[in-house]
Ligand binder design. Structure first.
Ligand SMILES: Cc1ncc(COP(=O)(O)O)c(C=O)c1O
Length: 474
């Protein structure tokens, strides 16, 4: 073997690098909350030049590169990261990721990763129990909510599509995540929009008309996707009403619980997903509300055999041959070589118990409600929707400005805020109007942090309106 290859796998070299990285990350974890910036926005071309120079001159030390990677990344462990729905990784779970990367068991088949395969199955039993399906192995972990939605709808199509070659359709809400619409189209089906209520829930009273209109157009409606909750505003659909409609019309009921199904771990917020157990399939991202590094999503089925329908028309055949092979996940998941994602959940759960998930979700949802209450108190701010989760939208308002001006102003407020780098929030549209969007993802975010954020938004808003008024006067 060459000297070079020997060094790549040298235990002493590995130990040295490992220790160095762990020291750097530990320091980062300790110091990040005190840092003035959650990130430093850099133009993509400038960032390209920076890394291109390193690529072309690979002379920086390992420690220098690790430090640079951390420094130039957005800091999800910073309490002012209040943006997209990605968890600050629990360090224990991240160590599970490190272990998974190192062992690299491509656990699509049992022989290629016995512990990870079996632990995945135990996790699915645990999730199914919490959903209300009873403890069973009808599901698997997969790489993200988008892939889980695609796989769930693939199974729906297999289960419900009639062989009469009519186009198949799925009832969807305009508020669904784009992966739902995309999955329906990838599967050569037709998304059938159902209007939403004033509170942005799929309107159960409009289901019948959407369903009948599609059938009149020659579409065989085979399923419906409910949101628990929506991405933009954190709104939960009326799941029992949707389940009633699906049962009445023999439709597959899939629930996109990528963000909000995590409330199954809490007593306080569990009511938001009443009816969840009536879904035929649902997904829940562990990398959103459950502190697991991305990607890690549970896709579970009400009837365990349905999970085998991903590629097989008649799952019963497996049963007859007692060939379910719950331990060979690749038979059911889109992935072949599969990441050992179960290890991350397992190590975190074994260390801290189920309680850790309950506390995480409850804390973030409580903070979401507190943020909404604070927005209501501030006359310059308008709340986008009543709080149900940790996703809260609001906008700066100024009397005398029309909607278009307010849209532009709120975009500018976000730009200015992001440029400062001391908070990271995002934006969305609600009923076609521009809103600022916060997702409280870090349990270390305090109400004081939220107060500072709102003051900052108002300060920037007033500054921008004052300067635009003085410009238009001059
Ligand atoms: C409701 C919902 N569904 C699906 C997804 C897609 O999940 P992923 O990013 O894990 O593919 C998201 C992501 O934001 C989401 O909010």
């Amino acid at each position: 073997m060459s000297q070079l290859l020997k060094q790549v796998f040298d235990p002493a070299f590995f130990h040295e690098q490992g220790e160095e990285m762990l020291d750097i990350l530990t320091r980062h974890l300790k110091e990040v909350p005190e840092r003035p910036r959650v990130f430093t926005p850099v133009d993509p071309d400038e960032e390209y030049s920076f890394w291109r120079a390193h690529w072309d001159h690979p002379d920086a030390s390992f420690g220098t590169l690790v430090n640079l990677l951390i420094e130039r990344s957005i800091h999800l462990h910073h309490p002012h990261y209040i943006g997209h729905q990605v968890s600050p990784a629990a360090p224990t779970a991240a160590l599970g990721g490190f272990l998974s990367d190192f062992l690299n068991n491509g656990m699509g088949i049992y022989e290629m990763g016995a512990p990870a395969s079996v632990i995945e199955s135990i996790i699915i039993e645990w999730v199914s129990e919490k959903v209300g399906y009873g403890s069973q192995r009808g599901g698997f972990l997969t790489s993200g909510g988008s892939l889980a939605n695609l796989t769930g709808l693939l199974v729906a199509r297999t289960a419900k599509r009639r062989p009469d070659r009519k186009p198949a359709g799925i009832l969807v809400s305009a508020e669904s995540h784009y992966s739902v619409d995309r999955s329906v189209r990838i599967l050569d089906m037709i998304p059938i929009p159902v209007p939403v209520t004033a509170t942005l829930r799929m309107d159960p009273t409009r289901l019948e008309e959407s369903y009948l209109a599609a059938e009149r157009e020659g579409i065989q409606v085979i399923g419906l996707v409910g949101n628990a909750c929506t991405t933009a505003t954190g709104t939960y659909d009326d799941l029992p009403a949707l389940a009633d409609f699906c049962e009445k019309n023999d439709l597959w009921f899939h629930i996109d619980g990528a963000h909000g199904a995590a409330v199954i771990f809490t007593e306080k917020y569990r009511h938001l997903v009443n009816g969840l157990e009536r879904a035929d399939s649902l997904c829940m991202d562990f990398h959103k509300m459950l502190m697991i590094p991305a990607l890690c999503t549970a896709l579970v089925f009400k009837r365990p055999l349905d999970s085998y329908r991903t590629y097989i028309q008649d799952a019963q055949y497996l049963f007859e041959n007692s060939g379910e092979e719950w331990f060979n996940v690749a038979k059911r998941s889109v992935e072949c070589t599969k990441y050992m994602m179960s290890v991350k959940i397992f190590l975190l759960r074994q260390q801290f118990g189920d309680q850790v998930f309950e506390e995480f979700v409850r804390t973030l949802y409580d903070l979401g409600h507190q943020l909404a209450a604070m927005v209501k108190e501030e006359p310059h701010l308008q709340l986008g929707q009543e709080a149900q989760s940790n996703i809260i939208c609001f906008r700066f308002v100024e009397p005398g400005m029309d909607d278009l001006e307010l849209d532009r102003l709120n975009q500018d407020i976000r730009k200015a805020l992001i440029q400062q780098g001391n908070f990271y929030i995002v934006q969305t549209k609600i009923r076609s109007r521009q809103f600022l969007r916060c997702t409280v993802m870090n349990p270390f975010t305090s109400t004081d942090d939220l107060t500072v954020l709102l003051h900052e938004v108002v300060r920037i808003g007033r500054q921008l309106t004052t300067s635009s008024i003085s410009i238009s006067k001059s």
